[in-house]
Design a protein around this ligand. Sequence first.
Ligand code: UD1
Ligand code: UDP
Length: 362
Amino acid sequence: MKKILHVLGTRPNFVKMAPVISALAEAMPDTGQVIVHTGQHYDRMMSEIFFEELGVPRPDHSLEVGSGSHAIQTARVMERLEPVLEEERPDLVMVPGDVNSTLAAALTSVKLGVDVAHVEAGLRSWDRTMPEEVNRILTDAISTTLFTHSPEALDNLVREGIDPTRIEFVGNTMIDTLVALEGRFKGLDAANRMGLDRKGYLLVTLHRPALVDGPLLPQTIEALVEVSKQIPVLFPVHPRTRANMEKAASKLSGEGGDLRLVDPVGYLDFLSLENDAAAVLTDSGGIQEETTYLGTPCFTLRDNTERPVTVEVGTNTLLGLDPARIAEIPQLIEAGPDHRPGIPPLWDGNASRRIAELLASR
Ligand code: UD1
Ligand code: UDP
């Protein structure tokens, strides 16, 4: 293989692909790697900071697609990626996760006859109202190689008619990044810097459209204000959520308590905060996984998860898409887990090395 091209666009993409890019550089030193940043995320704290902290090489191509409707964002990536693929002529395109940039890149590549490898294939929430579910199903259907990170992914893919010889169970590359940075984030004590006690606060992130694009957002903020009277709440606010809070400003109510709304924080600080929190409340995919590895109790404000292994094996509890349940969190923390949490198989820091070895052996 002479050249591999990676398409990245959003905060979790950078975390998932940083270790893959460095493992490939080691295992396949004669293979060129080209990095394309679609620009789906563009704020410094949603993009640039990850390149700095994770040592991802500078993008060779920036498509600068920015925000837009699903159709606009997906179409812009396709339109701007096609000439890059024609110029670079890679042997393989690698795409992570389930965002619009992922599907757009996979579709553009296969139409030009370029093989696609999907990292984090086979996750299913069984909820097609989630834009990510559609992106996952379609990307998996057209990828040549499907790298999976949890055992149920194989069944999910085979049920959809995917040839099992194309599926490789390699483990979780997002956890590779966490493991590689353990020495750096564990001493940071970001909580202390923010005036919080270790194990004495609830860390919150929420950004799914089903929760933050409609009437559930003001109810959620109200519930967070209430719970913050019992335990301080630190909420680094995703830009989608921030924009919706500004629109709903007149409906936001609640007084007293200790709810701190801050901008998104860098990755090292965020891992330090996750590690030291009494618990995390989230609707993020990646954060369900990171808390599982760290052993931090995680409460997921969704009706479903495409990552059931984090509930079965790990620290994750599905609360449902129901802001009223936030009030239960202090008692749930007090009661402790209902099973002894563990770490899923192959979430061991070596997934990227396995990917690189598999590709090198072809
Ligand atoms: C996207 C992914 C979602 C993923 C999330 C990770 C899709 C369909 N969704 O959701 O799966 O979990 O990224 O964070 O691909 N914005 C900014 N600055 C930025 C980026 C976004 O202000 O740097 C604001 C804009 O108002 C934009 C909104 O956030 O309209 C949503 O951004 P977008 O990339 O469309 O979707 P996310 O909600 O970030
Ligand atoms: N993250 C971060 N700073 C923050 C919030 C999240 O660095 O303020 C990291 C987090 O550790 C994880 C990733 O961003 O690695 C998750 O991204 P997000 O929740 O936006 O996307 P999802 O995983 O839901 O697709």
